[in-house]
Design a protein around this ligand. Structure first.
Ligand code: SF4
Length: 408
């Protein structure tokens, strides 16, 4: 019998021969691990002052993508997302060469091509360059327009710079826009976020992401919390702030389609929906993760959070319990919920008889509509408790014969 490590080396050697042997869409995530300055709350993998790594890391990312695409010619690239880190912080000429190299590899019919940008990097030639390389969606990390909130978050920007960036976008960018905002920052009031939303909606973004601040282990902000120099907002304040913003966005035509995401009709993020629907994606760059099909199972590849060794990723065939859990964790974040028929087609289970206890206990918060099982607004406020209940009911003897992917 083969041991685990020999199985993994078999998987890894075959990965670079061919993984995808059936034509279906794959999304691509590219992680650019550089920021001008680290923000106090952030635990994404990125470094500041990393200019000596720029060229070699970008070249390796291109090599990773070339290898994957050349060896799997049947794939159809559905969406591309360049995130990080801060891709917009790269010098313009380097970013342009990188986008040109991508253009040579990627098909021209990518449906959604997003790049994350920070306000301080936006100027007219930059936007023109993105447009000329077929980027059709910008996701701008605004986070707040309030100077004190930006200071707590240790953002490398100011209200003035963000307003200038917004004006520049209004005059020079006709494609899709998404803005990220953070709520529940110590000292932040509901009125602050509502004022920010009021300003941002004047620029007609199709999409808004509204995240609640989380204190990640090891970040400078968490250190301040532990030292008692800052304090978390209360749960009541957090819920009231999020509710107030949700109401405001809904009154203005933005529909909540995921726990933290809102859009006008037709402007949902296609790329992020690939993650939440657990469809195949390939990640290039340090710390990027891939979930791609391999012999009807889900193959997980995790690139190291270390620039020097990121080409030597870890490979793992995901077992059925973990993969079912991922479907529940991702699916219940969506306002439409999990697609019961799709999950039952992937895994050998009946959702309603497998999760009877959770479904009974949460019946007041659960809705079943057109094949989707979802939580209502009060249920979403208690999402972690619900997920912990449903996770406890995943059968320990769940058979390994799941079959993936199936598109919803
Ligand atoms: S700019 Fe974005 S990726 Fe960089 S440190 Fe700040 S939050 Fe993290």
């Amino acid at each position: 019998m083969r041991n685990k490590s020999s199985c993994l080396s078999l998987v890894s050697s075959r990965l670079f021969i061919q993984v995808v042997n059936t034509a279906y869409p794959v999304s691509i995530y590219i992680h650019i691990p550089f920021c001008t300055k680290k923000c106090g709350y952030c635990d994404f993998y990125s470094i500041s002052g990393g200019s000596s790594y720029y060229s070699s890391v970008l070249e390796r990312i291109i090599l990773q993508l070339k290898t994957f695409i050349a060896k799997n010619p049947v794939i159809d690239v559905y969406t591309v997302y360049i995130g990080g880190g801060t891709p917009s912080s790269l010098p313009l000429n380097l970013l342009e060469s990188f986008l040109s190299a991508l253009e040579d590899i990627l098909p021209s019919n990518v449906e959604e091509f997003t790049m994350e940008v920070n306000p301080e990097d936006i100027h007219k030639p930059f936007l023109e360059m993105l447009f000329s390389h077929h980027i059709n969606r910008i996701s701008m990390g605004v986070q707040s327009l309030n100077e004190s909130v930006l200071k707590v978050l240790e953002r490398n920007t100011s209200r003035y710079k963000t307003l200038k960036a917004l004006d520049c976008l209004a005059s020079n960018w006709q494609e899709n826009i998404s803005f990220d905002l953070i709520t529940s920052v110590p000292g932040q009031e509901t009125a602050d976020t509502l004022r920010d939303l009021q300003t941002l909606l004047k620029f007609s973004p199709g999409h808004i992401s509204l995240y609640t601040l989380t204190f990640e282990n090891g970040t400078p902000l968490t250190k301040k919390l532990e030292e008692g120099t800052i304090h978390k907002v209360s749960e009541e304040h957090e819920a009231a702030m999020f509710d107030g913003c949700t109401d405001y966005l809904e009154e203005n035509g933005y529909y909540r389609y995921e726990i933290s995401n809102f859009s006008t009709p037709g402007e949902q993020s296609l790329h992020n929906k690939v993650y939440w629907d657990l469809n195949p994606y390939f990640g290039a760059g340090p710390s990027a993760v891939s979930t791609i099909p391999f012999q009807n199972k889900a193959l997980r590849i995790e690139n190291p959070r270390d620039m020097k060794s990121f080409l030597h990723g870890n490979f793992e065939l995901i077992n059925s319990q973990s993969f079912l859990l991922e479907h529940l964790l991702m699916g219940f974040r969506l306002i439409k919920g999990i697609h019961v028929g799709r999950i039952e087609s992937i895994f050998p289970i009946d959702i309603f008889s497998t999760f009877t206890r959770t479904i009974d206990n949460w019946s007041r918060n659960l809705k079943f509509n057109e094949g989707y099982l979802s939580l209502d607004r009060s249920g979403l406020m208690l999402l972690n408790k619900f997920l912990s209940d449903i996770a406890d009911e995943i059968p320990e003897d769940l058979p390994e014969n799941y079959s993936w992917p199936l598109r919803s």
